[in-house]
Structures are given as C-alpha cells and as structure tokens.
Design a protein around this ligand. Sequence first.
Ligand code: NAD
Length: 467
Amino acid sequence: MDDLPPFTHTSVDSIPAVHARVTAKFHSHTTRPIEYRLKQLRALYWGIKDEEPALYEALKLDLGKSSYESYLAEISWVLNDIIFMSKNLERFMKDEKAEDTALTNLPLRPRIRKDPLGAVLVIGAYNFPIQLSLGPLIGAISAGCTAVLKPSENAPNAARIMQHIISNSLDPEGYQVVQGAIPETTALLALKWDKIFYTGNAAVGTIIAKKAAETLTPVVLELGGRNPAIVTKNADPRLAARRLLWAKLHNAGQVCVSQNYIIIDRQILGAFLLQIEAALKEFQPKGAEGNSDYSKIINERQWLRLKKMLDSTRGKVLLGGKTDQASLLFETTVVQVNDHDDPLLTDESFGPLIPILPVDDLDAAIRAANEIHATPLGIYPFGTKAETDKILNQTRSGGASVNDGFFHASIPTLEFGGVGDSGTGSYRGRASFECFSHRRAVTTTPGWMEGLLSVRYPPYTDAKFKR
Ligand code: NAD
C-alpha cells in the first residue's frame, strides 16, 4: 500500500470528461463481443490476485477487518464471482425464445436478446468496500456495459487499491474510478447514465432515486437493514444464540443484512441469554479489546452515532457495553428492551448492538416485526418448520435465512436485494448479468410470409373478420 498514491478526490471539473469517455467507448460497440468481456474479467481477476496482500492491508486499515473475514466475504468472493461469470457468460448471453408461441408466429422467431444497457455508474458503500463495489462492476462488464465506479470515501484505503487495480487491469476507455464524497457524487449524478447502481443508506438512496428520475435513469438501490430475528419458544436456544451472535460479530455488526434486533418468546428468554453469554465467551475468550478477529467501527462519526444510540435506549444492558473512542472499539452489546419504539429497534444500528424484545407468543412476535419495519432487507426465523413457515408466510423481506443469521446472503449465486424501502432491484450470480442487460424483444418477419400476412392489411373485409 505504501507505494500507492494517497487517497485524493477526483477533481469535479474532470468528471464530465470521464463520463464522456466511457459513454463514447460504449457507443463504439466494442464492449459487446464476448471476447472483450472475458478479457476484462480475466484481467480483473489477475489484478485482484496480484494485489491480494495489499487488499488485506487496506481492509485492516479501514475496518480492522481480519484477513479471514476479508478473504471469505471480500476477496475470494469477487474472485469466485469472476470465475462463475466467465464460465457461464456464453450461456447467459444466448437469446431466449418466447414461451408458448402460437404455431403461426413460430416463423418470426420471437426471442429476447440480452443487450448491454450502456454506460453505468456504480456507487459503493464502506462496510464491504471491495465486494460491494467490484460485485456490481463484474455484472456490468459481463453484460457488455462500460462503467464508472465511485467507491466509498469512508474506506479510503480500499478505494485506493481498487483504483490501482482497475486502472492497471481494465480498458481505461471503458472503466474508470472517480474518488470522492458528496460533491463528486453530486457531479456524477448530474450526468446521464444508462443505469445507477447504489449501495448505502436509504436517505442517500432517496437523493439518488430523485436525481435519476429527472433523466428517467433506472436505478438499483441496495439499502438499509432493520432486520428482525424471531426466536420462538420451540427454537434451540444454543443454536439460535451462537448463530445470531456470529451474525453480529462479523465485521462488528457493520453488515446490512445482520439482525437489527431479536424478538423472542418469553418462555425461552432465560435459556437464550445464558447461551449467548456462553457463546460470547467461546468466540472471544479474551474479550473484544485487542482482538484481531474483531473489526473496529469504520470512523469516529459512526462510532459516536452508535454510542448515542446505546445511550438513548430505555432498555437494560445485559452483556458488553464497553467502548473506546480512541481505538473505535465497540463491544458486542446485548440489551433487553421492552417497548416497540425503543430507538434500538426503530433505528438501524449497523453495528454490534443486540437488542432483545421479549413477547408472549409467535403471533405477537410476527405483529411486532411487521409493526417495527414492514419491509426489512432480511428476516431470521428460528423454530419448528411450521413456526418458521408461518413467519415467512406472514412477513415480507428482501431475503431470509431460516434457523440462521444472514447466511442466505453468503451464497454468491443467490439473487440478493431488498423489498419496499430496503431496496429496489437485485444482483449476484446470473442476476448481476441481468441487472445490467436490457431484455430486448425481437422478431424477424420472413419475406415468404407476405401471403399469410395479407390478412392484417386493410381493407378489413367481412371475409377477413370471421369470428
Ligand atoms: P457510505 O457512507 O459508504 O455511503 C454510501 C455511498 O453514498 C458512498 O459512496 C457515499 O459517497 C455516497 N453518498 C453519501 N452521501 C451522499 C449524497 N448526499 N449524495 C450522493 N452520494 C452520497 O455508507 P452508508 O450509506 O453509511 O452505509 C450504511 C448503510 O448502507 C446502512 O443503512 C446499510 O444497511 C446499507 N447497506 C446496504 C447494503 C445492501 O446491499 N443492501 C450493503 C451495505 C450497506
């Protein structure tokens, strides 16, 4: 990392030229052949491989992320994504035949082509800065689009190394990085894109959607969490405690899909709390402080937000609670809350807070989940099959892991996205290709059909209009 230039914002004045460059490249039609796409994917793969040590270092610097988590959720993730895309691209690009075509229409060969959307903008977030930036970029390349990536300025080292990899590996006419924060993103949003892919909080998501609406630009919005876990009286308390604790220790809870709170049947509360305490001792035998497996909070602004949130609760801290502003440490903290409008339930912590709301039965749990947030990004039911089915049948969410914390989101080829105010659109696996493709409906009318087609031309005689 030391030999890379420091993180600097791109000059706002230069942004229109960057946009013009990638737009012109798209209109040259040279990004469409599969050979070009595969060449870019291969180059990106080796660019990442060559810089693997620097990527680990950047994630350590930005988030205090352990190499193990960085490998699992960021580096191997994007490498495998590239392999998957490269293997399947030819199949994904193939035309699809129209379903159930009438015999008379068969000669027209009604079909869907997968055309690239054009020049696209990808705006990344800080918590998985590599995966959330390069994942959509891999989709854009695969679909034959050109792209500008605007990584999160809140993970500046990850942003630096990604710029280095992209500028050294990819065709500079087609793929560019713009660094910066609000002024630079605002300048990018003032330009006409063929799609905007944004990951981050809902307030900024609203700004993006409004700006995109002015030019009728389609958007993908991958937004915030506020996800419930529901633990019924018949759940295994040890299993639920270990799995939900894992989902909060990972990246110190800075995971959009981790549970924001746990709704639990009162009958199992005592056993669950004992198990969560035991699991914490097992996973962090020496605690959180100085623990190289445990991430820090990204920056002081987010640390202060979390601290304020914890201080504002009317609940009781049962476990953890230790914080240190200098090192941005925030212990995984279990809080028992008693009312639905406690700030720990209504706001997204996006950090290692585990508020637990006891309720009387399953119906009350489902009611509470729907009242607190009707359309979360994920939901995590623990219990019998009948209970977890009932939870899925009576709630909505972007995705769900039954009997687990956010594990569905760790399947790289499983389509991922929100619903309602947790997001619009989805990606990953084949969906990443589709996300940046236009499904173009095409028919070809052969000349020899003219005789048959005479029935469609006026005058509409009685002989033609036989009911
Ligand atoms: P962030 O601070 O990294 O911001 C995200 C992006 O928005 C950055 O690139 C930033 O430069 C840009 N941005 C910020 N203000 C802007 C403005 N006024 N105009 C235009 N662009 C602007 O990350 P964050 O938003 O704090 O991320 C946390 C949120 O993101 C949480 O709500 C989390 O749940 C959500 N998130 C969702 C997903 C998902 O896949 N659904 C993934 C990660 C994070």
